[in-house]
Design a protein around this ligand. Structure first.
Ligand SMILES: [Fe+2]
Length: 222
């Protein structure tokens, strides 16, 4: 692969990206009839909203961010995005998907993608891409690697993880997650501290990151 090609397939977000609003009105809200998300994944039969969790207070929906130009649909259903030979610092991302009134969302889909340890996105295959559904308590766990920072198209990108989520009865959310303490955070015009993951470093060199998403209710279709 030529250097130019390798540079072009890096994800830059920003002006080239597509912004998906947290409560995107007018989108293809087909799930009411088909029980499918906007991006085509069918909800499991167990999908639904649970009783409010007492540990949570009403909260605003998680901030949306640009999808960037390199989202690939129809990813494999898998929680472990690392494959044999995948280089990079092991990263486990764990959390819950909640509604704004603190109801865990069971059976919500979360689609995760990132560049690799060299700052390269796989736009032909599904390397470091995959989707899964939250469990009966609205929880998810993704095993991947910490992606590299890079500068492309004049935009400095600090390490980040792309996510796209939706539950039955919720709006779709597209956003990015960030790592605390990164030197590049301050220089990244897309970075938002409200999207920082809570990070724990393990003795074996791996990382555990925690983040709870809050999804707005779906906008009623006309
Ligand atoms: Fe990106």
């Amino acid at each position: 692969m030529s250097l130019n090609r390798r540079r072009l397939i890096k994800c830059v977000g920003g002006a080239a990206g597509v912004v998906t609003a947290t409560a995107a009105g007018g989108a293809a809200w087909l799930f009411a009839k088909t029980r499918e998300t906007d991006h085509g994944y069918a909800y499991p039969e167990s999908a639904g909203l649970l009783a409010p969790t007492p540990a949570c207070k009403d909260s605003a929906a998680t901030r949306a961010q640009t999808q960037g130009p390199y989202y690939t649909p129809n990813t494999p259903k898998r929680a472990n995005l690392r494959e044999s030979g995948t280089a990079g610092q092991a990263l486990l991302i764990a959390g819950r998907i909640l509604t704004t009134d603190c109801r865990p969302v069971a059976g919500a889909v979360i689609d995760v993608w990132s560049c690799d340890a060299d700052g390269i996105y796989d736009n032909k295959g599904f390397t470091l891409r995959g989707h899964q559904f939250t469990d009966a308590q609205g929880r998810f766990r993704v095993e991947t690697i910490k992606p590299a920072p890079y500068t492309d198209f004049g935009i400095s990108r600090t390490p980040h993880i792309h996510v796209k989520l939706q539950g039955p009865g919720t709006a779709q959310l597209t956003t990015q997650l960030y790592f605390p303490g990164e030197a590049g955070n301050a220089d990244d015009s897309i970075y938002d501290e409200r999207l920082l993951m809570k990070m724990t470093a393990l003795e074996d060199g791996g990382l555990i990151a925690e983040f709870d998403f809050v999804l707005a209710a779906a906008t009623a279709r006309a």
